[in-house]
Design a protein around this ligand. Structure first.
Ligand code: AMP
Ligand code: TRP
Length: 332
């Protein structure tokens, strides 16, 4: 069975982009893979974070992942800071990766913006840690949203250079799994920006904790254009907001853009938005309710994470021990 690894940052509430681009696929992959899913709190401190709330956000996100259908018994669910093997391998990878490679990472450029001199050095070296997350488990498949593509290419470049420099075929090539019609969910206010936890406008995203009225209001107010929906995919050309809403609908109903347009093409946005809002409420409300139920017993979530970290460490420690030997560290 192939091993899957993926991660999500405990910064803010998870949103529809996280769910459709990543977590929903993580759930489906549990049927025929051996899966390791990680709440990446080490990544969360690369940008300004609130030290007062990070621990609670880690708990809340863990509960949301279980509510979405991640099975912490059959698979492994843990938080990154509890397994130090990630940091040991990240340091080795930091010395393998080249400045030029990291300089090309578009997400760093986007996140740093004009403030390049003033962001943390961790934000720059973050892809090394992400590569370590995956390779510490010899994972071979990584389900992510479209925005992580460059980071996974870098993880393969790092592994190849490690194998070459130290003359051992030690780290496997990884295959990105960027799946479904909503691998890149866009902001509800601007079809050219991705939906993001860090967007200052809450209207730009659907949070997995939003109640039915909030979801309906956000979809009703979502930006669209004045034309009716097209009847085929070509008609979505140059209409990013329409494409986004159709993609969301397609993902939630397990179809594709073409099938949704066959049913809804030719209509105005009013009816379609109503159908989409109802569908979102139907799919997301049970997740929010289950998250609240799980959090009512905080001991439960902490127990899951403690157990997950132990099982994760049992896999990662020997793999990283061997990487340290390969690099040449004295082991006594
Ligand atoms: P993050 O919240 O940045 O830790 O992202 C966790 C996962 O959600 C990653 O696999 C991302 O690629 C995915 N993701 C984040 N935002 C979006 C989005 N707007 N559309 C699709 N996938 C996303
Ligand atoms: N960088 C990813 C994000 O921001 C999260 C992440 C960290 C991750 N480590 C990972 C994803 C390893 C896949 C595999 O979304």
């Amino acid at each position: 069975m192939q091993r899957i690894f993926s991660g999500i940052q405990p910064t803010g509430v998870p949103h529809l982009g996280n769910y459709l681009g990543a977590v929903r696929n993580w759930v489906a992959l549990q049927n025929d893979h051996d899966c390791i899913y990680c709440v990446v709190d080490l990544h969360a401190i690369t940008a300004d974070h609130d030290f007062r709330t990070l621990a609670d956000q880690t708990r809340d996100l863990t509960a949301a992942l279980i509510a979405c259908g991640i099975d912490p018994q059959k698979h492994i669910l843990f938080h990154q800071s509890a397994v130090h093997a990630h940091l040991r391998l990240a340091w080795i990878f930091t010395c393998v990766a080249r400045m030029g490679w990291l300089n090309r990472m578009t997400q760093f450029k986007d996140k740093a913006g004009k403030d390049r001199e003033n962001v943390s050095t961790g934000l720059f070296t973050y892809p090394n840690l992400m590569a370590a997350d995956i390779h510490a488990y010899h994972a071979t498949r990584v389900p992510v949203g479209d925005d992580q593509k460059h980071h996974l290419e870098l993880a393969n470049d790092i592994a190849a250079k490690f194998n070459h420099d130290f003359e051992r075929d030690y780290f496997p090539n990884i295959e990105p799994l960027i799946l479904g019609p909503a691998a890149r969910v866009m902001s509800l206010r601007d079809g050219s920006k991705k939906m993001s936890k860090s967007d200052p406008s809450d209207q730009s995203r659907i949070n997995l904790t939003d109640d039915a009225d909030t979801i309906s209001a956000k979809i009703r107010k979502a930006k669209t254009d004045p034309e009716p929906l097209p009847t085929d995919i070509e008609g979505l050309e140059g209409r990013p907001e329409a494409r986004n809403l159709i993609g969301i609908y397609a993902a939630l109903t397990d179809t594709d853009h073409a099938a949704v347009l066959r049913d809804h093409g030719g209509q105005g946005f009013g009816n379609f938005k109503k159908a989409l809002a109802d569908l979102l409420v139907e799919k997301l409300s049970p997740i929010a309710a289950e998250t609240r139920r799980l959090l009512a017993d905080p001991g439960y979530v902490d127990g899951v994470l403690r157990d997950g970290a132990q099982r994760a460490a049992a896999i990662a420690n020997p793999i990283v021990d061997e990487a340290e030997r390969i690099v040449g560290f004295l082991k006594v």
